[in-house]
Design a protein around this ligand. Sequence first.
Ligand code: HEM
Ligand code: HEM
Length: 545
Amino acid sequence: MNPTGLLLATFILSIVGLFAFIWSLRKGLFDAESSGARTIFSAGEIGRTEEPAASSQQHQALQQVTDRSDARSSRRQEISAAELAVRAAADRSSAFPAYLLFACAVVWLIVGSAAGLVSSLKLHWPDLLTDTAWLSFGRLRAIHLNTVAYGWAPMGLLGLAMWMLPRLLKTPLLGGRLIILGAVIWNAGLIAGLGGIAVGINAGMEWLEIPWQIGGMFAVGGMLIGLPMAFMLPKRKVHHLYVSVWYIGAALFWFPTLYLVAKIPGLHFGMEMATMNWWFGHNVLGLFFTPLSIACVYYFLPKVIGRPVQSYNLSLLGFWTLAFFYGQVGAHHLIGGPIPEWLITLSIVQSVMMIIPVVAFSLNQHLTLQGHFGALKHSPTLRFIFFGAVMYTITSLQGSMEALRSLNAVTHFTHFTVAHAHLGMYGFVSMVIFGGVYFAMPRILDTPWPKQKLIALHFWLVVAGFAVYIVTLSIGGLLQGLVLLDPARQFMDSVAVTLPWLQGRSLGGALMTLGHLCFAAHVLLITLRSGLLTQPVRTTVHSPA
Ligand code: HEM
Ligand code: HEM
């Protein structure tokens, strides 16, 4: 078939799908009334803030912000005790599986940060740790990427998803043992995969380094973790599926599908393999990490401020446009590579179309928070979640520009891409996970966080470190790209020009790692305080306060 025709057909199909969707929204086919946005609240709860990570003073101040901004708040109404009891039962049912996933996430966060920091130091201190093969840059970098991409981020996000689902469906978690089994299989696969990378076993594709014989365990583990949702949906007590459920359900389905297709042995060869590599690479970002993180923002942000999301239809528009456009962006990683031009052009068009879901999401969060920005001062959860949501917007808009051939010619093969990667995987995904864990853990363990100051210290260390990381690496990457494009300059000039910026990145990374140590220590402290290690998990009925 004529490539231009194919390209045009795909584009037109997306646009027609989008307009059909907008039309159906206007006709109210998906959601006749915006009561969907209120699903996450119990009767009488709107106008009441829920922030388990806040101290009692912070909570009072947070409630005052909501009272001031929403005069018609129904705060004085009675909250349904029966509904709160259902929520407590929901929290109780997911407590252990969610805790297990969070605990794994924290361990991988520390291992991954250490590997990232040493890799970073090696880029400007090449003689560091050169005597041991597994500590060489090539292996350590892959260990860092796989630890954060298959350990920290998915364990944290799946833990949050499993914790939110019973609340969102107002029904206890079913099949918790499958989640535990899935987590064990997934983590066993990761340990084996990392061990393999350390001794030099590597499938040779970024994001897919772990050979299929081991990597298959991620797909099996992911499927087992996703199954309970299928059991719970028919038993749900809510009429409406809140938008977070759509995102979680889609991500749980997409991950095993993507991984299985990418890893089928003997199917992909040569350039087609590279194309598939980046089809997987960006889809795992856009159709797994992103929807799970967005699901968290859509739950925690309105919950903390006690106000339903501003435009429920906009949130559904965001979901469907993400589903329509993300699937074909992968080839923007291969701009300039020996693959058909039409495929690359298609990926660029879809990358730019991504502006629609991104703006829909950002606008919605902004409108929801309007009048409640003061809450950021008093809610530790909201600070992390809001920071993550803003970084999602920035990363994605930057990504849409970075996909244009003119800019990509400068940034490809440079540290600028790595800065963008951390803007998304750290600024967005990781910050949302931190915020979600701060909210969920006190409910899971039925104990408040022991040291409020440690949460603030964690926030400021990682924000400062992240800022240094992104600014230095983006500047260094752009300078590197400009030198690489200059035929009058030697290749070594492009290396030398990055040195001060790489040192800056190590400083930023060290601050982030310090922040992670605070977080891990705090998780350990709250666990010890709860007595989890000595007695069974219990969860009592909570008022939203
Ligand atoms: C509209 C949305 C986005 C677009 C159009 C986009 C576009 C891009 C482009 C063009 C590249 C550079 C490819 C290259 O020159 O090698 C890239 C790399 C990357 N992006 Fe995005 N991006 C978007 C959102 C995100 C988000 C939300 C995340 C994180 C969750 C993310 C994570 C990454 C990562 C990790 C890489 C580096 C991959 C690698 O080389 O290992 N991006 N993106
Ligand atoms: C814990 C959250 C983190 C996440 C989710 C994360 C994610 C990533 C990703 C996706 C990549 C691949 C980028 C690409 O190929 O374009 C990467 C590479 C890298 N990361 Fe991280 N990272 C994290 C923390 C850190 C920290 C704390 C450091 C410390 C400096 C660090 C240093 C590095 C280095 C040196 C690379 C390799 C860059 C290169 O090859 O030029 N990362 N990280």
